[in-house]
Write a protein that binds this ligand. Structure first.
Ligand SMILES: *[C@@H]1O[C@H](CO)[C@@H](O)[C@H](O)[C@H]1NC(C)=O
Ligand SMILES: *[C@@H]1O[C@H](CO)[C@@H](O)[C@H](O)[C@H]1NC(C)=O
Ligand SMILES: *[C@@H]1O[C@H](CO)[C@@H](O)[C@H](O)[C@H]1NC(C)=O
Ligand SMILES: *[C@@H]1O[C@H](CO)[C@@H](O)[C@H](O)[C@H]1NC(C)=O
Ligand SMILES: *[C@@H]1O[C@H](CO)[C@@H](O)[C@H](O)[C@H]1NC(C)=O
Length: 500
């Protein structure tokens, strides 16, 4: 399970600190990014995240393995990349992706080990038998606006969960639907549902929410977003919705404190994927993979607002939580292949800086029509992306398509006006098969050095690292796009002679 690296000292410390029972509160934002003063964005106020950060280790290099909602949540809750757990794309409606029936998820393993499990908010994974929770208020039986964005409702549900007479340790997963876009699904509330519950006519009221408003001039425009009035207004709306999540996090942490669980609960905050802007969500570039990650463990020395450079993956969440509860990962097989976790427990980072410098990525779909398989490895400052079906144009999702930012980008491109963007739509749609970037010299990842003779050895080394991880995680795409996997033959990748 990757806990071999945990020193005896860490185990002892945990045993002393949490002898009274140890619980976990996992908070996940929906498409949340670095729009927070915790990550030095001074244009937005997130006082509750800042409070949490003061008693957390702040990870500067945390990454999702997949930049899409359901696959990322599946990877968080199983420790297995999407190609190994089977949830290749979105779970809802016609997309209909699910994990394989035999996968043993975190809630399943915790429940079998006598831990009470709860989920409030957006679940977005299936099937139910793989992801069972004892207490569940999700889109499956409630309105996702209520359980995912109405922070008063969320507060009351957290209270209900914590008031239980059940004495078992708990795992509570609070999955905000904020700050996801809603211009595609609930346009009446604005592009980020930033008006939902703000007390204006027809918007209803969320009693615990004091909306924070931002002007387009106030926002910070990240390097990967066009600096245009449309994109700035879009970001200002996103900031307001982030403010609602931030106040919601404050309420959830207050409930934890009132219930007397301040000193016996590991609190983790992160997000599922990059922000829903160009080059963000659905991409394996930095802007699609990098995530905020705060881990607060009562009494741990580095949980006092220290910043860690150690690389963390959201594939590490399952091993971390199993480690916290001292539960070993079981030996089992899916489709005859042994399943092992390639992630690691992050608890040692709460003790001392760790030499972690590598994370992997694997994406196949977002929406059902958005097949664009990619695999990636980031090692130190180097990022390698393998675009398996690179001859197809990169696909665009429905809610991002109608966003003011993307509509404006399309309009400007069609009419030949300046886009104020760091890429062209042409270069965004049509990618090279292999992309290699040196982020220390090229932080926005625009200069592909895969063909540069000076980086040839590094290119080969990173291809080999990626291939090794794909074999370890039983990736069905291991031989694509120029070969077919024939497991009974040796070598198992058989050439297609398809001119690639
Ligand atoms: C914020 O900026 C300070 C000062 O430059 C730096 O020390 C710190 O690491 C930054 N924090 C994060 C999370 O990047
Ligand atoms: C949702 O399901 C949970 C059980 O998982 C149940 O306790 C709760 O009452 C249900 N809520 C609604 C609104 O049906
Ligand atoms: C939010 O939830 C509270 C408590 O259930 C309710 O009183 C309020 O009307 C809800 N607000 C909206 C906008 O639905
Ligand atoms: C938690 O620990 C802090 C600092 O040690 C202490 O002040 C506080 O009273 C403790 N809270 C509970 C609920 O035990
Ligand atoms: C883009 O152009 C269309 C057609 O001219 C127009 O209706 C729309 O408002 C424009 N959108 C943006 C964001 O500029």
């Amino acid at each position: 399970m990757g806990s071999q690296g945990v020193s005896a000292c860490v185990w002892l410390l945990c045993a002393v600190l949490v002898a009274d029972g140890k619980n976990v509160l996992l908070i996940i934002g929906d498409d949340a990014g670095f729009e927070s003063d915790v990550y030095n964005n001074t244009a937005i106020q997130t006082p509750h995240l800042r409070e949490l950060a003061k008693r957390s280790l702040i990870f500067k290099n945390a990454f999702t393995s997949v930049s899409s909602c359901s696959p990322s949540r599946g990877a968080i809750l199983t420790g297995l990349p999407q190609h190994q757990n089977g949830i290749y794309g979105l779970h809802q409606d016609v997309h209909h992706f699910n994990s394989f029936d035999d996968v043993r998820s975190l809630p399943l393993l915790l429940s079998q080990a006598g831990i009470r499990t709860g989920i409030i908010g957006k679940k977005h994974v299936g099937p139910e038998t793989v992801y069972p929770f004892d207490f569940a208020y999700t889109e499956e039986n409630s309105s996702v606006l209520q359980v995912g964005r109405n922070i008063t409702r969320i507060k009351l549900l957290v209270r209900k969960f914590l008031q239980s007479k059940d004495q078992r340790p708990f795992f509570l997963y609070v999955a905000f639907h904020d700050p996801h876009r809603c211009g595609h699904s609930q346009p009446q509330y604005g592009p980020f549902c930033e008006k939902f519950g703000n007390g204006e006519p027809g918007m209803g009221r969320i009693p615990d929410w004091t909306p924070q408003y931002y002007t387009p001039e106030q926002v910070q425009v990240p390097y990967f977003i066009p600096d245009t009035p449309s994109a700035r207004a879009d970001l200002a709306a996103q900031y307001t919705t982030i403010g609602r999540m931030d106040q919601g996090i404050g309420l959830v942490l207050d409930e934890l404190r009132s219930a007397g669980h301040d000193n016996d609960t590991l609190v983790i905050f992160s997000s599922d994927n990059g922000i829903p802007f160009p080059n963000g969500r659905t991409n394996l570039y930095w802007s699609g993979r990098a995530e905020p990650l705060l881990i607060s463990s009562p009494g741990q020395p580095r949980c006092r607002g220290e910043v860690s450079q150690s690389f963390a993956s959201l594939l590490d969440i399952t091993p971390t939580i199993l480690d916290w509860f001292s539960i070993p990962y079981p030996d089992y097989k899916v489709f005859g292949k042994s399943v092992t976790l390639t992630g690691k427990s992050l608890l040692p980072a709460l003790e001392a800086e760790q030499p972690w410098t590598t994370v992997y990525g694997s994406q196949s779909h977002h929406e059902i029509t958005m097949y664009y398989p990619m695999r990636s490895v980031q090692h130190m400052q180097y990022l390698l992306i393998h675009n398996l079906n690179f001859k197809m144009p990169f696909p665009i999702d429905q809610d991002f398509y109608v966003s003011p930012t993307f509509q404006d980008l399309l309009n400007r491109t069609i009419s030949g006006r300046p886009t104020n963007w760091f890429k062209t739509l042409h270069s965004y749609y049509l990618r090279d098969r292999w992309e290699l970037y040196d982020r220390s010299k090229d932080p926005s990842e625009v200069k592909n050095i895969a063909g540069d003779p000076g980086y040839h050895d590094l290119f080969l080394t990173m291809q080999e690292m990626l291939r090794k991880w794909q074999w370890e995680t039983s990736d069905p795409w291991i031989c694509a796009p120029d070969g077919v996997l024939e497991e009974k033959l040796d070598p198992p990748c058989r050439p297609l002679h398809n001119e690639l």
